[in-house]
Write a protein that binds this ligand. Structure first.
Ligand code: FES
Length: 127
């Protein structure tokens, strides 16, 4: 069985920022066709800063831990900073992930970036 770090276990057992922001400024969804896991991120933006970040993850334990960690890492950051969060950063913050679970961290970073890009696109249209 894969060995998970204490941080992964903590974020899996006690995930932060679970849910969906009802009047979200941006929504990002991704799925992995191989494992079938899905993630949805909703964000609230104020003055170029991620004021709130929430996620819903239908997936494996690592995917849940990744979503929770990504939401914590992104909250309070500028959009630019949050767009720079990579899957490697997430895995590092979780004190690493087993090799066969690295794709789970891709989902987290991608879902966050999609939500930010969704926000940026909507805002372009409004201006
Ligand atoms: Fe696919 Fe974790 S097994 S996201």
């Amino acid at each position: 069985m894969a060995q998970y770090s204490e941080k992964v276990m903590d974020h899996f057992s006690n995930p932060r920022n679970v849910g969906e922001i009802p009047d979200a400024d941006g929504v990002g969804e991704v799925g992995n066709p191989v494992c079938g896991d899905m993630m949805k991120f909703t964000i609230k933006v104020k003055d170029g800063i991620l004021e709130d970040v929430k996620f819903l993850t239908f997936g494996c334990g690592a995917a849940i831990a990744v979503s929770s960690m990504v939401s914590e890492m992104a909250k309070g950051k500028t959009l630019e900073e949050a767009l720079k969060i990579t899957n490697k950063d997430v895995a590092k913050e979780l004190d690493s992930l087993p090799k066969n679970k690295l794709h789970c961290s891709n989902l987290g970073a991608d879902a966050l970036h999609n939500a930010i890009n969704d926000y940026l696109q909507k805002n372009e249209k409004n201006n």
